[in-house]
Design a binder for this molecule. Sequence first.
Ligand code: DGL
Length: 269
Amino acid sequence: MVANPNGKVLVFDSGMGGLTVAREIQALAPTLAVDYAADSGFFPYGDKSDEALRARLPVVAKALCQVARPDVFVIACNTASTLALEEVRAALDIPVIGTVPAIKPAAQLTRTGTIGLLATPGTVRRAYTAQLIKDFASDLRVILHGSIALVRMAEQVAAGRPVPLEAFRTVQAPLFEQEGGSEIDTLVLACTHFPLVRGELAASVPHAVNMVDSGEAIARQTVRVLSHTESTSHELGGHVWLTSPLNGQSRLIEVCRRFGYLGIDQVAI
Ligand code: DGL
């Protein structure tokens, strides 16, 4: 694997959660140009129908790649990747990397044999998620819970607007209150928004757990793919594209600024 490949990556999510993946990519490969795109005009993804997302994702991915011209497109969103990875791949002529719940590492980590999975309602009901559990955790108990409220809370906290710990306690309660919930020792953060509030989640769980997410694995995969991809880009990264008008998006713009992304434009879809 090339330690510091050149080239440009476009990291994509419905909102600001994918910045947690972009951060991991940049940490692993500091010379890489990393741009970011959020489908803010269709946020959140986690409560949308499969049909609506399947129709939207290839169109948005294509429009964003036309303006950003990346060498690799990273879908930093479990909700989108577990549904439409193949559709997006078919729409683009560059490598596409998806993000799926970190069930495999969690299965290796658990000692009690009970894993919790926090995601969006969309990711929780996906056949893809069920298959991952079958493939990597068939002998374990996996307890799932989906929350859109937690997605919104994560964006708020990332913009520097605190949310009371009690709200995090309330959001996590339905996971730990399910049968076997008191046995959960490993928690999969299966939505890229949730690492934005890892501290708040850790401070409000009913008992201590290990938390795992896919960020670092996606970063390694991105570097691996780029080391086999001929780069056509000589630009610096650090740019953001939103699919909604910029006025009225002060929260998103603040999150981007906090992550070091200063240039922000709208792409009309
Ligand atoms: N960040 C996304 C994920 O990983 C989805 C959040 C949403 O738009 O519902 O699932």
